[in-house]
Design a protein around this ligand. Structure first.
Ligand code: SF4
Length: 349
């Protein structure tokens, strides 16, 4: 069956035309799914009974099966099973006055960051646009209120799944789709060079927020921490980011996971500031103290060390914020809930 949530309005109109129906049927169905949260064709009462039956035989709406939900004070983590039996995770984060959803874009990830639980599996496959959109639809249904912010920051490297992520963004920001503001959608990448160049030329993707993981200001160390990224890629990355088309008042977020004894020294802070010299206003830095994982040999730096790092950047004119990853009680960092579930399962066998 074709997943409806993988189709743009244009594609759905073509689908109806090809089955002898009027194209406006597409708008009726899209309204039910994205505006009213109805995921069952039988309940779409402005369609004929015969059409409802035909649609339920040819199109699917929700393919992901929620299998676990872990609630904490500041977040809810969902585990979903895909049609082919894999498990992905999505995190709903409660901010002061809104909800943010962190969606996954791949099953596993090929970037192989040493500090990341998702990397333990390698890449299994890309998620479809529909599987990305369904994470939103199910989480919103559970939340019972509108989710206004989306970050592509869960399992996987979004720009390695460019076409499906692009389609999902199109559905998210279109008035016929989820109708989110472009300013409230963020793609977070490890900094893949070729897709970033493509993104800079893409009128849709360059118009949403961009976050890039830096994690070390030193070429060699960065490619050791993030093995898929070749040496020399940091220099190339900074060149692209310094000329990336930005709307007025927008900034590029640089994500920096602070790991004790690895990348949290004074010399790292100074070198990072040097990397941004002359372009301080174009960037903001998010320092993310590492969220320890039982499967990985890394520790979080002390609060004092984190503050020293932050103050070095502020001193040099760079807006820098410390972001403790939300949902630590629910194994908050990327891929960690899923890894925990597998550990529990294998211990039980
Ligand atoms: S941190 Fe992100 S890019 Fe790195 S391995 Fe994990 S999912 Fe992939």
């Amino acid at each position: 069956m074709t997943p409806l949530t993988s189709l743009s309005r244009e594609q759905l109109r073509d689908f109806f035309i090809s089955t002898g129906e009027k194209p406006f049927r597409a708008d009726q169905v899209l309204r039910w799914v994205y505006k009213k949260g109805v995921f069952d064709f039988q309940s779409m009462t402005d369609l004929s009974v015969e059409l409802r039956i035909r649609l339920s035989e040819t199109l699917s709406i929700l393919e992901l099966e929620p299998i676990q939900k872990v609630k904490a004070s500041d977040s809810t983590k969902f585990l979903f099973k895909t049609c082919d039996g894999h498990v992905i995770e999505t995190v709903l984060i409660k901010e002061r006055d809104h909800l943010t959803l962190c969606v996954s874009t791949q099953i596993g990830c090929a970037v192989g960051c040493r500090f990341c639980a998702t990397a333990l599996d390698g890449l299994i496959r890309n998620l479809t646009a529909g599987e990305i959109i369904q994470q939103y639809l199910i989480a919103q249904g559970e939340a019972g209120e509108r989710i206004r912010n989306v970050v592509f920051m869960g399992m996987g490297e979004p720009l390695a799944n460019y076409d499906n992520v692009r389609k999902a963004v199109e559905i998210m920001v279109s008035p016929w789709g989820l109708d989110l503001s472009r300013r409230r959608v963020t793609v977070s990448t490890s900094g893949l060079i070729a897709p970033l160049r493509k993104m800079a030329r893409d009128p849709l993707l360059r118009d949403i927020n961009l976050a890039v993981s830096i994690n070390s200001p030193f070429e060699e160390e960065r490619s050791e921490l993030m093995p898929l990224l070749k040496r020399g890629s940091l220099k190339e990355l900074m060149k692209i980011l310094k000329s990336f088309p930005l709307r007025p008042y927008r900034k590029i977020t640089l994500e920096y996971v602070l790991i004790s004894g690895i990348n949290d020294s004074l010399s790292h802070a100074i070198a990072l500031a040097k990397l941004l010299k002359g372009f301080e206003k174009r960037f903001k830095v998010n320092l993310i103290p590492y969220n320890p994982d039982p499967n990985l040999p890394f520790e979080r730096p002390s609060l004092e060390r984190i503050m020293v790092f932050q103050s070095q950047l502020w001193k040099r004119g760079i807006s820098t914020f410390v972001r403790f990853s939300k949902g630590q009680e629910t194994f908050g960092a990327c891929g960690q809930l899923r890894a925990k579930r597998y550990v529990l399962k294998s211990q039980a066998v």
